[in-house]
Design a protein around this ligand. Structure first.
Ligand code: ZN
Ligand code: ZN
Ligand code: ZN
Length: 363
């Protein structure tokens, strides 16, 4: 086993003790695979891990999915429920007398509400803070996987410099980028963003039928999963020559992104990284066009803690991994964003994305 799940369980149960949590209930999402190495199917048949400091974790899983669970008898017990059985009753029994219960953030409300109806007199809270604290600082193997998946995405960025954009629809370009990610080693791509011309002003634009024209700036935000860990990078392309206004704004964006990466040192509060990128863009007079936070943590999920946003005073620690992705979006005209994944290390910020940051003129 590559990851030491027993050590992770020990850390989580220690954190539960510090937070006064008697029982942790995890279901779909990335908390359970991080903790136990098994990912619940995102379906209406409940899968739930019941974690208590006084016993081994128990994974309650539908009988038909039990064969998917690797035998990890030394780490957790498995209880398979039959098709006509009442899984909520099994979970209620496993919770026992514990009064302070914490539920994973992604748990379907139908499961949480069914448990609450049968477990009166308990207190309920989100397991999010405990799990974020545990998952935010990556282990050495996780960092290696994030570096590798970032390098794979960089190879796609470099291939795009020679790719023909003009005359293709955004949807076609997005499909080609997704295919390139797999060719370059990803297991799968997430929904790639290709936003051309005025569509670039929408940060999460969904690629559509717009045909890319000569003179269009194109924002490409792409990534996916490799060995369970996720990439996320944004690069900018211009078909032919850009307008002078675009070039001037891009110089500001480039400076803002560089300043943000340099600011991401161990001990710096997350919000200071956001303030650093924002100040460069505001000072240039484009503040109203930077409409989102500077970044988000990344790992098993594309967006996770720590969030690089005003109000987050959490100091960066060595091993935290997050995006630095300021953007400038001019409604009706164009947009631009530069995004790298960065690791905070004791030797300073380390980029997982090192493809050229300048916009690239393409055909
Ligand atoms: Zn985004
Ligand atoms: Zn991102
Ligand atoms: Zn992105």
């Amino acid at each position: 086993m590559v990851f030491d799940y027993a050590a992770r369980i020990a850390r989580v149960t220690a954190a539960m003790g510090r937070s006064g949590v008697d029982t942790l209930l995890l279901s779909v999402g990335s908390d359970m695979p991080w903790l136990l190495g098994y990912e619940a199917m995102d379906l209406e048949r409940v899968t739930m891990a019941v974690v208590r400091p006084d016993s081994r974790p128990t994974l309650v899983v539908p009988r038909l999915e039990a064969p998917r669970v690797d035998d990890r008898g030394e780490i957790f017990d498995v209880v398979a429920w039959d098709e006509l059985e009442d899984p909520i009753g099994i979970i209620v029994d496993l919770v026992g007398a514990g009064s302070a219960l914490a539920v994973g953030d992604r748990t379907w409300s139908m499961f949480t509400l069914a448990l609450q109806a049968r477990l009166g007199g308990r207190t309920w809270e989100s397991a999010g803070p405990i799990m974020a604290e545990m998952r935010m600082v990556k282990e050495a193997e996780e960092l290696d996987r994030l570096r590798a998946v970032g390098a794979s995405a960089d190879r796609v960025a470099e291939r795009l410099a020679g790719y023909l954009f003009g005359g293709k629809t955004e949807r076609r370009v997005a499909a080609d980028i997704a295919a390139m990610l797999v060719e370059e080693g990803h297991d799968s791509a997430w929904d790639v963003i290709v936003a051309s011309g005025p569509n670039g002003a929408s940060p999460h634009h969904e690629p559509g039928d717009r045909v890319i024209q000569i003179g269009d700036p194109v924002v490409c935000d792409f990534g996916g999963t490799m060995d369970g860990y996720i990439s996320d990078t944004t690069r900018n392309f211009v078909v032919g020559e850009p307008a002078a206004e675009y070039v001037a704004m891009f110089a500001v964006l480039r400076e803002a992104q560089e300043a943000g990466v340099r600011a991401a040192t161990v001990g710096t509060p997350c919000q200071d990284v956001d303030r650093t990128t924002r100040k460069v863009i505001q000072d240039a007079g484009y503040g109203e066009y930077f409409v989102h936070r500077t970044g988000h943590g990344i790992g098993l999920e594309v967006h996770e803690s720590p969030y690089i946003v005003e109000g987050n005073e959490l100091p960066l620690a060595a091993g935290m991994v997050f995006s630095v992705e300021p953007g400038i979006y001019v409604p009706g005209q164009f947009g631009m964003r530069i995004e790298d994944i960065v690791i905070a290390t004791d030797a300073g910020p380390e980029r997982c994305n090192n493809s050229p940051h300048e916009f690239v003129s393409v055909r």
